[in-house]
Design a protein around this ligand. Structure first.
Ligand SMILES: [Zn+2]
Ligand SMILES: [Zn+2]
Length: 151
């Protein structure tokens, strides 16, 4: 089997969520190409989960961060919103989503909010702090929420 990136013959092909020029949503690559692609987690030895916008993240990295700082990040997000002029509409938008997700995952609301921020941070290869700064600056939480909950 041939690696779709470097063309090398390999016994082990790894599926990474990298979109190709012909529109295919995945690429089959050798381990070396996977590790340098940005679509593979070298900590967990796992391909990333892909998102519709072409970004990707390791679900285990997300879970680990959520366990450690999820609640705190959720709390920070709510704190960041409260002084904004449109706080009440943002809070309503956020809660509508968090309650729905929370009822599915059985997780506390702060954890749900934290997970959303952490996931976006991982996809953008930045920190939860940066994402929260952006929420403050843009006075919008659209980027944190799935498309169906954006306003
Ligand atoms: Zn390769
Ligand atoms: Zn990982």
């Amino acid at each position: 089997m041939k690696c779709e990136e470097c063309g090398k013959d390999t016994l082990l092909l790894i599926i990474i969520p990298k979109q190709q020029a012909d529109g295919k949503l995945i690429t089959l690559v050798c381990l070396e190409c996977a590790e340098t692609s940005g679509f593979y987690c070298t900590v967990h030895d796992l391909p990333h989960l892909g998102f519709v916008d072409g970004s990707s993240a390791c679900t285990l990295c997300i879970d680990e961060q959520v366990t450690i700082i999820g609640e705190q990040v959720g709390e920070r997000l709510r704190e960041a919103i409260s002084p904004l002029p449109n706080a009440s509409s943002l809070r309503a938008q956020l809660m509508e989503w968090a309650e729905e997700v929370g009822s599915l995952t059985q997780e506390p609301i702060n954890i749900c909010l934290g997970r959303a921020v952490i996931t976006l941070a991982q996809r953008r290869k930045t920190t939860p702090k940066q994402i929260i700064q952006e929420v403050k600056k843009t006075q919008s939480i659209n980027q944190v929420l799935p498309p169906a909950y954006q306003e």
